[in-house]
Design a protein around this ligand. Structure first.
Ligand SMILES: NC(=O)CC[C@H](N)C(=O)O
Length: 223
């Protein structure tokens, strides 16, 4: 499976993401720059974390309006898998590719720590390496991770199994409604998540609980 990583000014997790994808798939992802309007032919596009355009206006708001996002939207409509992590999740929400919004953490503080995630839906292209209900470790690092959706949207995403990850065991670091840490679109090919699985993929990271997300999306065996 071929993958690509979006690179935008201010993103800072792109190298970690490229390293994770390369290690897990054995092939380096292609990189995509903000001005590109024609994307390479890949199976998975990843929008990594960071502070695109300095988080001005709202996290992800400027990035979502760059030409490249029209191309990402078109690819998602054609069925290409799209994964957004942290700022990538914020960008996907601002671009309208996912439901809901991410607000300031309820503590009003930047949180950088390890939390626990429950795999709420293991029947997805991004989580089939896990079992439903499995608890995995994962780091978070953000100030705007407080997921919110109105009652109608919440009912729909809960009912459709679009909530893919929840913060487990009282580890919700940001006040997200229903402990939501990751959501996908109705079609199931676009996933956004606040935690950083690319930073927990090998022994040198202190564990590999995040590996299954990439192994699932890239269709390789999780080792
Ligand atoms: N690590 C990240 O991607 C941070 C996302 C965003 N800039 C925030 O702080 O909420």
């Amino acid at each position: 499976m071929k993958s690509a990583v979006l690179q935008l000014p201010g993103l800072n997790r792109d190298r970690d993401m490229i390293a994770a994808l390369t290690k897990i798939s054995g092939t380096a992802p292609v990189t995509i720059w903000q001005t590109e309007t024609t994307l390479p032919d890949v199976d998975l596009i990843v929008i990594p974390g960071g502070f695109s355009y300095g988080d001005y206006l709202r996290c992800g708001a400027i990035a979502a309006r760059m030409p490249v996002m029209q191309a990402v939207k078109a690819a998602a409509e054609r069925g290409t898998k799209v994964l957004g992590v942290c700022n990538g999740f914020q960008i996907l929400l601002e671009a309208g590719l996912l439901p809901g919004a991410l607000m300031r953490n309820s503590s009003l503080k930047f949180v950088c720590k390890e939390i626990k995630l429950e795999v709420a839906n293991a029947d997805t292209d991004f989580t089939r390496a896990y079992a439903k209900g499995q608890i995995i470790r994962c780091p978070v690092a953000h100030h705007d991770g407080n997921y919110f959706a109105d009652a109608e949207t919440l009912k729909a995403i809960e009912g459709n199994g679009q909530v893919v990850f929840r913060y487990a065991e009282g580890t919700n670091p940001n006040g997200s409604i229903n402990d939501i840490a990751g959501v996908m679109n109705e079609k199931g090919n676009v996933l956004g998540m606040m935690p950083h699985p690319e930073n927990l993929i090998e022994a040198a990271h202190g564990g590999n609980d995040g590996r299954g997300i990439f192994a699932s999306a890239l269709d390789v065996i999780a080792a």
